[in-house]
Design a protein around this ligand. Structure first.
Ligand code: FAD
Length: 362
């Protein structure tokens, strides 16, 4: 699968980033081969990868192109939500679609509900044998390419998720213009005006507490983003070490200057630490351990911070050679910053981890 991703992405990530578009045929092909949601069990048409193996695949894709990796994270979250909350018939239909080239995103965020997802205003209500959805979602990754969006909203006393086809009447999709990073990931704002679907679009578990429903999907996303950050760090290491080994200033390769060597050392440590933290989170996922939720936040928080600082370091090592828009370290610099915002910002992660630390250590 890594070979397939390498062949399909090749050296095209820079062009995609500059154009702000991914070719749909590449996404369909990756989707058909199961790469976009590799953890879907084989019984539903997926590759049945463990979190650990899928994590390494995610890091590989992330090292090539963070926009494609973003699609992978979103598709994986959508598939996981169906697998976790869907009834058997829903899983049989939708998971087969998501492993056959159909694309899906997940929609939590709204203008008034970013970090505070408890403030979501989107409503989902049953009306006879249909379900009606009203609301506006923002920044939905893959939204511009997606066949489906898993929309989260208020339902009865709690929350629910609905699988909404993007061509359903009442759905309008508007691409986010000029995002800072992951520019080709197809971020879109999505309006849902009295979207009426058969009641079996409502995923089981409807009426669950909002935190519970959202945390389940976000935990998958956090592990995936964290592995994506490991990929960013590997791309930065490759670029920074390659450059420092070959470019000479003051009569020796840059790597021979100790202050530059220190940058390389710090990048190496950042990658190693992030990878070990991701392995721990994936191990918790694969073994069904209760520490998973905290391990996922820890991995995402550490990996995103390391990637943001590491990418800045890589730009420093390449200097003017890294200062061209679209190049690997310039992309990494912009993409990594966004990893500190999504799936729980740095501050939200710190609040969660602070609470955990108090519970364990006080
Ligand atoms: P706000 O919530 O307004 O926060 C602004 C700042 O205040 C942040 O630094 C935040 O950490 C801080 N802050 C907020 N509350 C607290 C607090 N209690 N204590 C301390 N600090 C606080 N959403 C989706 O639903 N689906 C997607 O696929 C998706 N993809 C995205 C992709 C990208 C590239 C980006 C940028 C966003 C995406 N989002 C998506 C939205 C993303 O989840 C939100 O941007 C994120 O949750 C933060 O919300 P906000 O931007 O409204 O910031």
């Amino acid at each position: 699968m890594e070979r397939l991703a390498t062949d399909l992405v090749g050296d095209r990530a820079e062009g995609w980033d500059t154009a702000g578009r991914l070719p749909l045929d590449v996404l369909r092909e990756l989707g058909t081969k199961g790469v976009l949601c590799g953890q879907v069990p084989t019984s539903y048409g997926g590759l049945g990868l463990s979190s650990t193996v899928n994590g390494e695949l995610t890091a590989h894709v992330g090292s090539l192109c963070s926009s494609v990796r973003s699609v992978m994270t979103s598709q994986g979250m959508a598939a996981w939500t169906v697998e976790r909350f869907g009834a058997e018939e829903q899983k049989a239909v939708y998971l087969h679609e998501l492993t056959s080239g159909r694309l899906a995103g997940v929609a939590f965020s709204e203008r008034g509900a970013g970090s505070d997802l408890g403030a979501m205003g989107t409503t989902i209500r049953k009306d006879g044998d249909t379900v009606v959805i009203d609301g506006s979602k923002v920044w939905v990754t893959v939204g511009a390419y997606a066949d489906y969006v898993v929309v989260f909203g208020r339902y009865e006393q709690g929350a629910a998720a609905v699988l909404v086809p993007t061509d359903a009447p009442g759905v309008s999709v508007e691409r986010v213009a000029d995002p800072l990073g992951c520019r080709a990931a197809g971020h879109a704002d999505i309006r849902l005006d009295s979207v009426t679907l058969p009641v079996d679009s409502l995923l089981g578990g409807a009426g669950l507490p909002v935190d519970w429903l959202v945390t389940s999907a976000l935990t998958f996303g956090r592990v995936s983003v964290a592995w994506g950050c490991v990929g960013i760090l590997r791309a930065c290491l490759r670029a920074a070490c390659g450059h420092a080994a070959t470019r000479e200033q003051f009569g020796s390769p840059l790597a021979g200057h100790q202050l530059v060597a220190r940058h390389l050392a710090e990048l190496h440590v950042a990658q190693e630490a992030a990878a070990r933290c991701c392995e721990q989170a994936s191990r918790c996922w694969d073994e069904g351990r209760p520490e998973l939720v905290t391990a996922a936040v820890t991995a995402k928080h550490l990996a995103a911070g390391n990637a943001a600082r590491g990418a800045a370091t890589a730009v420093q090592v390449l200097a003017s050679a890294g200062a061209r828009d679209g190049g690997p370290v310039a992309r990494a610099y912009r993409d990594a910053k966004l990893m500190e915002i999504i799936e729980g910002s740095n501050e939200i992660s710190q609040l969660l981890l602070g609470k955990h630390a108090l519970a364990v250590w006080s």
